[in-house]
Design a protein around this ligand. Sequence first.
Ligand code: UD1
Ligand code: CA
Length: 446
Amino acid sequence: MPLTAVVLAAGLGTRMRSPLAKVLHPLLGRPMVGWIVQALQDVGADVVVVVHHHEEQVRAALSPWKVRFARQESPRGTGDAVSAALAELPASGAVVVTAGDTPLLTARSIQRLIEAHRGECSVAAFEAPDPTGYGRMVPGVGIVEDAACSPEQRRIRIVNSGLYLFDATYLKAQLPRLQPHPPKDELWLTDLVGPNAQVLADFPPDEFLGVNDRAQLAEARGILRRRVNRVWAASGVDFADLDSVMVDVSVTLAPGASLANGVVVTGKSLIAGEVGAHCVLHDTVVFAGARINPGSICDGAEVHSGAIVGPLARLRPGADIRAGAHVGNFCEVKNTIVHEGAKANHLSYLGDADIGAGANIGAGTITCNYDGVRKHRTTIGPGAFIGSNTSLVAPITVGDGAIVGAGSTLTQDVPADAIAVERSPTKLTLASADRLRAVYRRRGAK
Ligand code: UD1
Ligand code: CA
């Protein structure tokens, strides 16, 4: 039997106070409505999304999911929203209807509703600690909206979740018959849930947290974060803390990976190694046996087995830290291969460079890769030694095993095995430091 799903996402979401459509606010790198669509596709549904406000952005954001869209011309309530999708629905079969702003809804709950469905309509309900604002499930009647409740009905705590399963024939026959409710003349989908509807009352309330403002968005983000982390933890990933580590849904973690407090991993990252506290990794690969020490920031980098990065290192796109190499504190690496076993342990900028295997890059080494117009490459041979505070003015090559003296500003290539020092001679004036201090003191006393 075909299963179609209608996601109602035409609302504006004024309370978000955001220029972005409410349903597009990201949760772990996926737009809010993407979570619902994914859950529906996980149970095999063919998804139709009803749009109106920010239509183009919603369409674009959902392109990875291959859904169909229906446009609600002028939103007049949830009944009107489903009517807008009528043309997209099959003549028969089951139709799930849900809102686009409940990102915590799981495929498991949707599946439960599908399996329990009987007759023309089933509705997922739950017991709300505070039912204010929800439609109440009134036995023998159906759903009574909050505004329409008698004082007695208002005390009912079993409420409508907004997740329904309709028989398509019933929906097609009944939607055109909905009557508008004053004062706004809205059409309510809830009017199709009559006394004969099957009410399934024990759905988990936390899956229906509606996101209407930024506080609820943050709350939903926290719940999803924990949910995603738990799945990775079950697969063998070590988390210092399930709440403080943020892993986007686009990320892959390998069994044996370990993530300390405050780690943020986004984009197409793949982590198999060890990541220290408060590192931020985007589109980065950390191989098993590699370690990123605390406070490092990596974007578009690769760190191979046995390599050590940080603490407080910055890897930018194209940084490729090969096996056993070290990139230490306050080093910035961009578009550079640091080959096997090479070390840049302190305070360096390595940009557009090749650092040969086993080379030693002294503290404060700078590759001067930019002449104000173009970028140039620096090549350092295997086993070369670059003394501290050296400026390598690119394009430049330092040959295999060469030694560059500290403080040099090099503008020409250094052949293999050569020693290069570019340094003005020291001027020594013997037995005069004390005399100079005395002169200074006299001046200060005046
Ligand atoms: C609705 C239900 C209520 C239920 C509650 C659960 C109705 C009349 N009431 O109330 O019984 O307890 O959900 O959260 O259905 N939307 C459109 N087009 C419209 C109107 C709404 O796409 O013209 C979308 C909204 O963007 C939202 C969803 O439908 O995603 C629900 O609409 P909303 O106005 O929030 O309904 P509630 O008042 O919460
Ligand atoms: Ca709502």
